[in-house]
Design a protein around this ligand. Structure first.
Ligand SMILES: Nc1ncnc2c1ncn2[C@@H]1O[C@H](COP(=O)(O)OP(=O)(O)O)[C@@H](O)[C@H]1O
Ligand SMILES: [Mg+2]
Length: 307
């Protein structure tokens, strides 16, 4: 889908026309002319209520925190919102050992002269992009300090050794926070108070089926439902801490279906896409059992795809 087709798609998904009109007005008031493209993401986000809440918050100028377990579509939602606002996205991952100078930028030598090399946050807030602060709860304190003036009413970036920079007015922030059953690093209150929060629902059977049918229009209807049920089984075992999050991999499930379409058996494909990601033998056996209960290992293209 192009960005335009994706925006139209949401009209059909029941996103309110007034809200779509407000988003269109935002795009018109803030036309994007930069080099970076506004790309439509791989998937639409399925979940009209969440999409409505999130888009409303961003149109109101709020910073958005998406909190939820793995594979609830946090990053996909952020990408969808960027398309609706017509601004490109900068993804800043806090998962790695990110420090302030990486985020903002630093002085470097170029041809014997000192010059400032901007970091991703600097680039994003000068261009007025959508800044995804990914897994913000993993950030080191030093990196968090940068965010405080950025995210409150000052809307300024302090560049050490240089001036304060006012954010481009179209700049929006979407933070994501993974929390699981194996413990969560929390955000401090000062930072949390700068956000509105959406707790991301776990995709249920209907969202999963829509997603599968979107990706594979020729997937048999009954199989689509089986796949959704299978993924929910895996999630249940994950929540009960019987398996880790490794096999709870929606991307891996889609990949497995792609392999089946190209001729592998369900057993081979699911082992490569999902259960092979469990390196603990016992866990792998358990994940394999869960799948075998729903899906015969010798099924292939004919049983799974129509036509
Ligand atoms: N409601 C949803 N709508 C669309 N895709 C979803 C949804 N929930 C989960 N997904 C899918 O789950 C996978 C992981 O999504 P991602 O955004 O990376 O999740 P998270 O960041 O929450 O771990 C993607 O393939 C995405 O398409
Ligand atoms: Mg994510």
């Amino acid at each position: 889908m192009t960005a335009e087709e994706m925006r139209n798609f949401f009209g059909g998904q029941g996103l309110r026309p007034e809200l779509l009109a407000q988003a269109a007005a935002f795009r018109e008031a803030n036309p994007w002319q930069g080099k970076r493209e506004v790309n439509a993401p791989r998937f639409p986000y399925f979940g009209t209520e969440i999409l409505t809440a999130a888009l409303t918050a961003l149109l109101a100028g709020a910073n958005l925190l998406l909190a939820g377990p793995k594979a609830t579509g946090k990053n996909i939602l952020a990408e969808n919102l960027a398309v609706l606002l017509g601004r490109p996205l900068w993804n800043v991952s806090f998962h790695i050992d990110v420090d302030a100078s990486y985020l903002i930028g630093m002085d470097t030598f170029k041809g014997g002269e000192v010059c400032f090399r901007p970091g991703p946050v600097h680039d994003c807030v000068t261009a007025g992009g959508i800044c995804v602060l990914d897994e913000i709860n993993m950030a080191r304190n030093e990196a968090l300090a940068v965010l405080h003036s950025l995210l409150d009413h000052r809307r300024q970036l302090e560049v050490p050794g240089y001036d304060r920079l006012n954010l481009h007015p179209a700049t929006r922030f979407i933070a994501t926070m993974n929390y699981g059953y194996s413990g969560t690093r929390e955000l401090n209150e000062a930072l949390l108070s700068r956000f509105v929060v959406i707790h991301m629902p776990v995709p249920g059977e209907s969202e999963l089926t829509s997603l599968l049918k979107y990706e594979f229009p020729d997937l048999r209807e009954t199989v689509a439902r089986t796949m959704a049920a299978l993924f929910l089984d895996l999630r249940q075992k994950y929540e009960a801490r019987e398996i880790s999050g490794r096999a709870l991999d929606l991307r891996g499930l889609l990949e497995a279906l792609r392999l089946i379409k190209l001729g592998l058996t369900a057993g081979q494909a699911f082992s490569m896409g999902l259960t092979g990601k469990c390196f603990d033998l016992q866990e792998r056996a358990l994940a394999e059992d869960i799948i075998a209960l729903r899906l015969p290992a010798d099924w292939g293209r004919e049983e799974i795809f129509a036509g």
